[in-house]
Structure formats: C-alpha cells, structure tokens
Design a protein around this ligand. Structure first.
Ligand SMILES: NC(=O)c1ccc[n+]([C@@H]2O[C@H](COP(=O)([O-])OP(=O)(O)OC[C@H]3O[C@@H](n4cnc5c(N)ncnc54)[C@H](O)[C@@H]3O)[C@@H](O)[C@H]2O)c1
Length: 428
C-alpha cells in the first residue's frame, strides 16, 4: 500500500527514454519558502546542466492535505502526502529533501538515512550541538554504504562567492587576515510583526544567529579554509513579545487585530568577534531588524596581497582588490560574474545576463547530484554542519557570560544549554 496520494489531475507517470537506474527520485518534505526554492531547482537543474542522474520530484510532503496537494500540482510533482514516515519507507524514493523548520530536521534526516535514502537537509542543521551530532553519526554510518547527506548552506553556490573562493584558493589574496561578515534583514523591525516559528527557540534553535548568521559562518570558513576556534559575542532581543500569528506568508505573516501576544524566545540580533584557526580574525553581525536592508548578506576578506568583497543585494558582482596592480591603477575592481569562465554561469545566459536567488538552489542540486553519481561525499557534510553548530553554541555561551571569549571546542554537555539559554533583553 502506498502512503502517498495521486494528485488529482496528474497524468499517470510518463514513460521516458531515461533508464530507471539513472533516475534520482526525490521526496520533498515541506513546501513553503524553501520547499518552493528546492522544487524549482530539482526541475530546472537537468534542463540547464548535463547531470549524471535524472532527478524526479516524486512526492511533496506537507502537514495539510489541501496545501500539500496544491503544492504538488504547482511544482509538477507526481504525488503528495502528509505522512513523511511512509514516504521515506518507499523503495522508489532515493533522496529525501528536508525543507521543514529546525525542530523536524533531526527526526526526518536520521529516519531517512537509516532507510537508505540520500538526504539534503536545510540549515542550520539542528537546534543544538548534541542534536546535530546525532544526525552526523547517522550520516557517517550511511556513508559507509554510499548513502550521502548534505546540509543546505546554499550561498556557497553563488557564482560570485565561488569565484572569491577560487581567488583565495589560488593564493591571489595571500595569507588571510580579516573576515568581515554581516547578514542584515529588516522584516522583524516592527514590534507588531507576528510570532513565527523563527521566533520560538524550541522550533528554531536560535534567532538571527542560526537563521542567517549561520550562513555567514559557513561562508567565512569555506572561503578561507580556516575554522572559527573561539568567539566573544553579544545577543540581544529587542522585542520581547509579539502578536500570535493567524496566517503565515513568506518569512512573516499576519495577526488578527487585538491578538494575544506570546514571548519571543530567541535573539533578534547577534554580534561577535571570532578567532580563526589560521590566524585570521573575524567580525560578524546578523540581525533581522536593520531597517532598509532586505537581504544584505555581505562578506569581505582581506589578505596580505588582496581583498574580495561581496553583497548578495548585488549578487552578480564581486569586488576584487589586487595589491599587485601598479600604483597608479590600484583600487577595487567590480567583476561582473557572468562570464562562461566563472563558476556555474556558463550553463546559463550570455555574458551580462545575470542570475537570481533561485539559481543558488539549482547549483546546489547540480553539485549534490554529481557527487551522488560519482559516489563521493557532497559538501557541506553533516560533520561540517556540526562544527557550525558548535560556533552558534559558543556564541550563545559567550553572550550569556558577559561576552567572555569562548572556545568553540568546549563541549556542550547536552541540548539543555542551547535550548534554555536566553539572549539578553534590550536594557532600554
Ligand atoms: N538555505 C537558505 O538560504 C534558507 C532560507 C530560508 C530558510 N532556510 C531553512 O529552511 C528550513 C525551512 O524554512 P522555510 O523558510 O522554508 O519555512 P516555512 O515555514 O516557509 O516552511 C516550512 C514547511 O515545512 C512544513 N512542515 C513542517 N513540519 C512538517 C512535518 N512534520 N511534515 C511535513 N511538513 C512539515 C510546513 O508545512 C511548511 O511547508 C529551515 O530550516 C530554514 O532555516 C534556508
């Protein structure tokens, strides 16, 4: 008996000339913001890239029948379901793509890996270090049988950032000294913006820190090849309670007039300095309350010979300073990252015809499918995501201890610390 239901109006599965063995059948769990981004990626990637496997969006899984059915129809998936356990038990599913809030990641990922399915899990991997470790243990066991897991730090797949990494790997910046990373959004600026799962520590793990700061941590470590060994941090919650949400839409949602208010249990903003393994120092800032900044994911890296600077709000551009330029020509140059010689871009449009947010997820699918077909471990691994979780944990511990410098390697004893420690309230 199959758990999933055929989407009404969906034609019977088409026979194609693609041999069955080269298909990669995907179950997508969660179909809202990330679910939509991933769904388009699974469908688009094989049309623009020469993939070694043919991905098929087989089943869309949600919590509500009507919405799951509508999503499956909208995404062009074959089936829908509201029972993820039954879906991952199916023999005809090869990969489970987890696009749910953080409180669902561990249970679904571990079950899927034990069922022999490859897993793509959204970031941050988990809500705490112990939870992330359990997931990484399951991934390590699965990898012994050629079943792989990857965490969705999607900004790595931005062509301009991949070009920055190429420059750093080629030594064009020399020894890295500084990392300056900011991730600034403003959708929570109003104190009347309603409570969403992102403001609930039990569901999200942390606030701006894990939601967007985790991207900065991953990008910084990936670009430099250095890991963060310790932090000195400050977390703030500026709005202590918010109206209970009636309807979610996008990142936020709507509350009824006069709705009861509930507590915000995560940070609104995080700031920390960081010490890197290779001797670099970093300054990080993340907030969802920086009015005027919609999605300013910025990073600058300074080395002994050059610098790179990136802002996602100009995602097709990389600023590069080459210290070996002649004196009379020195200055940051703006590289439009749309050349066929740049990472990923050759598969798309003629030079100068830029890419958008959704392309990150398409590139993520390309890299994941290629690694699976080659039998190699895709990155970022769950183990890498555990280390990022350790940085998040150290930030929380440092903030709770008057910003004391805190090593990321200090063991988190159990999940209770991360889930119970509260950010400081705004003293005003
Ligand atoms: N990579 C990125 O840039 C990026 C961006 C945004 C969000 N995220 C991450 O993606 C994940 C999802 O975030 P989102 O913004 O898409 O959230 P969302 O609230 O928009 O969507 C969550 C979806 O999960 C579904 N869901 C929840 N519990 C479920 C269950 N038990 N079974 C089936 N479906 C379930 C909901 O119905 C909904 O469809 C989070 O981990 C978030 O941190 C990553």
């Amino acid at each position: 008996m199959t758990a999933a239901n055929s989407a009404p109006g969906t034609p019977p599965q088409q026979q194609t000339s693609v041999p069955a063995r080269s298909r990669l059948r995907v179950a997508l769990i969660g179909h809202a913001f990330m679910g939509r981004a991933h769904a388009q990626a699974w469908r688009t990637a094989p049309h623009f890239f020469d993939l070694p496997l043919q991905p098929e969006l087989a089943v869309v899984v949600g919590r509500d029948e009507d919405r799951a059915r509508a999503a499956a129809e909208n995404f062009g998936a074959e089936e829908w379901s509201i029972h993820w356990r039954e879906v991952i038990a199916r023999d005809d599913i090869d990969l489970v793509d987890i696009c749910t809030p953080g409180d669902q990641h561990a249970e679904i990922a571990i079950a899927a890996l034990r069922a022999g399915k490859h897993v793509l899990c959204e970031k941050p991997l988990a809500r705490s270090v112990p939870e992330a470790r359990e997931m990484a243990d399951a991934a390590a066991t699965a990898a012994e049988s050629g079943v792989f897991a990857m965490c969705g730090f999607s900004y790595r797949r931005t062509p301009a950032l991949a070009l920055a990494k190429r420059f750093i790997d080629e030594g064009r910046l020399g020894q890295i000294r500084h990392v300056r990373a900011q991730y600034l959004q403003d959708w929570l600026s109003s104190s009347e913006a309603p409570l969403t799962w992102r403001l609930d520590k039990e569901r999200a793990g942390s606030g701006a820190l894990g939601d967007i700061g985790a991207h900065s941590i991953d990008t910084a470590q990936w670009l430099t090849g250095q890991s963060i060994e310790g932090v000195s941090a400050m977390l703030r919650t500026f709005v202590a309670d918010r109206p209970v949400m009636a309807h979610q839409s996008g990142l936020g949602g709507h509350a009824e007039e006069g709705a009861a208010r509930g507590p915000v249990t995560v940070d609104d903003a995080a700031a920390f300095t960081a010490s890197f393994s290779g001797g670099a120092m970093g300054v990080f800032e993340s907030t969802r309350m920086a009015l005027g900044h919609r999605n300013a994911n910025r990073i600058e890296v300074n080395g002994e010979r050059g610098s790179v600077a990136f802002d996602f709000e100009r995602m097709n551009e990389l600023d590069f300073y080459d210290g070996s330029d002649p004196d009379d020509a020195q200055g940051f140059r703006r590289i439009q990252v749309t050349e066929p010689s740049h990472p990923y871009t050759g598969a798309w449009w003629p030079t100068g015809h830029g890419l958008g947010y959704e392309h990150l997820f398409t590139h993520q699918v390309v890299d994941l499918v290629t690694a699976i077909a080659e039998g190699t471990q895709p990155s970022p691994t769950f183990a890498e995501a555990v280390q990022i979780q350790q940085v998040l944990d150290a930030v929380e511990r440092s903030s709770a201890d008057d910003s004391r410098f805190t090593a990321t390697s200090e063991p988190a004893t159990d999940g209770s610390h991360t889930l119970s420690s509260q950010p400081k309230k705004d003293p005003s």
